[in-house]
Ligand binder design. Structure first.
Ligand SMILES: O=C(O)CCC(=O)C(=O)O
Ligand SMILES: [Fe+2]
Length: 363
């Protein structure tokens, strides 16, 4: 039986499968050894973007067994999930078609992997609605100032850092000014002062200090410039409380991105300090018990994390090439560059959020 795509949706829901087209977050690569027990295949070089309708694909794969549905694997239009009723059918199709020209699809060569539907316990991580304004998120202490700098100023800042020297981390490049940020300790070495912040950011510091919207003033003395290639994000983290004061500014340049905020219920976290270059990692011990909100950061906007937003919410940049902002797909651009301004803390943090505070932790 081959179903039209609309009917597939209905049938999938009727069967209680909760499988929706475009809901690609739910399909993941199986663990070693598990692959043959999955009825789902991830098929690349196949889909509407290369002229193959879901019905045509379902028809081609149905010679291996009953096809339950064909779904978009991502937003590319050229990668699909083919879901069979039986794992054996998926495996036969994999053996017969992977890396070979498919006669029923105009001789197109397919790249196929097994794929499994994620267990419901880990499904909390599907995308969240994205707000354009900080006030919509209702996170105390979170602010977003659009057009904080002009297009000309943006060009000048990019030119300035592009003539500086980048440090390559595993997936992105960084520059540090004022104090070097050490990714293994997630802290700064206060004894190693690299000098004053560069003159090319003086106008930003002045604009921050003169802004009536930013009442609390800090003598910002540390700047990290991050350059993210398309598809690269940042793991969820809270900037170490003992390392930096309570106001963190992040200016977005070049491409846009979305930033997600996660508030984990106290006690549901097992902090893991990472020594992976440039990847700040804290992994939750469960996928649940989390509030998630997201905001769109356009180029030239300035984000301010203060109070609860700085101390108690993890911030995270998803590893996407394309962000879905409401119903619009927004491509990240060839790179995003951010300037994060912070003030190095000299004494212990005494915030009101001890459960997220390394200065006040019991261990
Ligand atoms: O790229 C950004 O806007 C955020 C960077 C950040 O969170 C950090 O460096 O801790
Ligand atoms: Fe951060």
């Amino acid at each position: 039986m081959i179903l039209g795509v609309d009917q597939q949706k209905v049938e999938a829901w009727k069967l209680g499968q909760e499988v929706r087209p475009r809901d690609h977050n739910r399909f993941v690569r199986p663990k070693e050894g598990d692959s043959e027990s999955s009825p789902n295949l991830y098929v690349a070089n196949c889909g509407p973007a290369v002229g193959l309708s879901f019905d045509t694909i379902a028809s081609a794969f149905s010679s291996f067994g009953e096809v339950k549905g064909v779904y978009a694997a991502d937003e590319s239009g050229a990668r699909v999930i083919v879901s069979f009723l039986e794992p054996a059918s998926a495996h036969s199709a994999f053996i017969a078609l992977n890396g070979r020209p498919c006669p029923h699809l105009g001789g197109r060569s397919l790249h196929i992997r097994h794929s499994i539907l994620q267990p419901p316990s880990c499904r909390g991580m599907a995308s969240v609605p994205v707000s354009l304004n900080a006030s919509d998120l209702n996170i105390p202490g979170l602010y977003l100032f659009h057009d904080f700098i002009s297009v000309v100023e943006e060009g000048q800042l990019l030119q300035a850092v592009d003539t500086g020297s980048w440090i390559s981390l595993s997936k992105r490049r960084v520059q540090h000014y004022g104090y070097k940020f050490c990714y293994d300790t997630r802290n700064v070495d206060t004894k190693q002062h690299l000098g004053a912040l560069p003159s090319f950011v003086s106008f930003i510091l002045e604009r921050i200090s003169l802004s009536p919207d930013i009442p609390e003033k800090l003598d910002l003395d540390q700047l990290t410039v991050n350059e993210y290639p398309p598809g690269v994000g940042l793991s969820p983290h809270i900037d170490t409380h003992s390392a930096f004061e309570g106001l963190i500014f992040s200016l977005s340049l070049a491409g846009p991105c979305i930033m997600e905020f996660r508030r984990y219920t106290a006690g549901s976290w097992v902090p893991k300090t990472a020594s992976i270059s440039g990847t700040e990692v804290e992994k939750p011990n469960s996928c649940s018990e989390v509030s998630r909100k997201a905001i769109y950061l356009p180029p030239r906007s300035m984000l301010l994390l203060s109070g609860e937003a700085r101390c108690a919410w993890h911030h995270y940049i998803p590893h996407h090439k394309i962000d879905k902002v409401n119903e619009t797909m927004i491509r990240r651009g060839s790179r995003r560059v951010s300037f994060t301004f912070r003030k190095v803390r000299r004494g212990p943090c005494q915030c009101e959020f001890p459960q997220y505070c390394d200065s006040q932790s019991q261990t």
